[in-house]
Design a binder for this molecule. Structure first.
Ligand code: GAF
Length: 403
């Protein structure tokens, strides 16, 4: 029905023209190129990346575009179509932790890390215009889409062709992660940036955060008459907030108590007796989530390998329960979306991304997609909540130069 709100699927060619035109308008000179990086949904493997675990994201067609050119001003100037009133203008030398603050820190972080890389040629300055179709604050990784579009632009303008192969892309991922951690001061774990730069169309990316190895896993829900429905609860979410950092710190504390480098080692060799040593109410449930979630990623990959897509449903459900009850990062909107989606015909559903708001995903028979979206929409309206918004996730292409 018309009441349900769907995010449009962008025409990236047309969007690239628009951003190039906006660049010309803003700076009175043509952009050298336009680069794009996608948002993502993580199929499973949540809050495992910073524990050396496994994740399984796909890239979305919704992307952030960056039109850019090199300058000799010694400054980074950035304008955003989404934040028209907040242009950034900072000397490259002044980029520092927390400076610039806000959204500009994601761009500046990526640019500063690139400029500091010994392999990069001198970067005299940069003008950028960004424009995004990734919903902001929805757990769909708008921040990594932003930092990764910037790092792609900055690298190529610094004379590096790192985007041409996996090894170079892995370097760009590291720069974007470091920029977010150090300059934007968000302690994210690397899943989002790896998804933005390594995911391939038609595939999920099996990411092993212990050794940064990657595997492309064919993922074609349509072939089984299914769809992956993304349900954006549009409830405020942020992981620069304390909760994300607190979970990460607690996992590090648990690893210290268990005398392992990361919790991945416990996942590979789980010992109930070891877990029993941890505080029953605080650390043990967190570790249980990480250990069981890593195992669920393996199970999902095995099912995909056998072409048993409909059987993913129960693993999605188990992942959600674990994130809600053990890891405690769900939110009322996410729980309602997941439960209502299941009652309306989804085979399984779970929150995706960092949590505390943001989006959930549901595996739905194609014929039930409208019913599920409508049921979730109505459940939100009944409760007097902000209307949710939806999209169908098509595994899409990685970050790249568009023109
Ligand atoms: C956020 C973080 F940025 C990622 O690094 C990851 O930890 C995710 O939450 C949870 O899986 O998106």
């Amino acid at each position: 029905t018309g009441a349900v709100r769907w995010y449009p699927v962008p025409d990236l060619g047309a969007r690239a023209e628009q951003v190039a035109a906006a660049f010309q308008q803003a700076y009175g000179a043509p952009a050298t190129g336009v680069w794009a990086a996608p948002g993502r949904v993580n199929l499973i493997g949540e809050h495992t990346d910073y524990n050396g675990g496994l994740c399984l994201p796909i890239a979305l067609p919704q992307s952030t575009l960056a039109a850019a050119r090199a300058t000799a001003t010694g400054r980074l100037r950035v304008r955003s179509a989404q934040r028209a009133g907040e242009p950034v203008d900072v000397a490259l030398d002044d980029i520092a932790p927390g400076r610039p603050g806000g959204w500009g820190g994601y761009v500046a972080g990526a640019v500063a890390m690139l400029a500091a890389d010994p392999a990069a040629g001198p970067l005299g300055g940069l003008d950028i215009v960004v424009d995004s179709d990734v919903p902001v604050g929805s757990g769909l990784s708008s921040s990594a889409a932003l930092s990764c579009s910037a790092v792609l632009a900055a690298a190529e303008l610094a004379g590096l062709s790192w985007a041409d192969d996996d090894e170079g892309r892995a370097r760009l991922v590291q720069l974007a992660v470091r920029g977010e951690n150090v300059i934007a001061q968000v302690p994210s774990g690397g899943l989002d940036q790896a998804a933005a730069l390594h995911c391939e169309a038609g595939h999920a990316l099996l990411l092993d955060c212990a050794d940064h190895s990657l595997e492309q896993v064919p993922f074609d829900v349509a072939a089984d008459g299914l769809a992956l429905l993304v349900m954006d609860t549009r409830a405020e979410h942020t992981h620069s907030g304390n909760e994300y950092a607190a979970r990460r710190a607690a996992c590090e504390e648990a690893a210290r108590e268990l005398r392992v480098e990361t919790l991945r080692e416990v996942a590979d060799d789980p010992v109930e007796a070891t877990l029993a040593a941890l505080d029953e109410r605080e650390l043990r449930p967190l570790v249980r989530h990480v250990v069981t979630e890593i195992d669920r990623v393996r199970q999902v990959c095995a099912l995909l390998d056998e072409g048993r897509l409909p059987d993913l449903g129960p693993l999605f459900d188990a992942s959600h329960a674990s994130l809600r009850d053990d890891y405690r990062v769900s939110a009322p909107g996410l729980d309602v979306a997941v439960e209502v989606a299941r009652s309306a015909g989804a085979l399984g559903a779970r929150m995706t991304g960092g949590g505390f708001g943001g989006s959930a995903i549901a595996l739905v028979p194609v014929g039930s997609v409208d019913d599920v979206a409508l049921a979730v929409h109505e459940a939100f309206v009944e409760r007097g909540w902000v209307e949710p918004a939806f999209l169908l996730a098509e595994p899409s292409s990685p970050g790249r130069r568009l023109r």
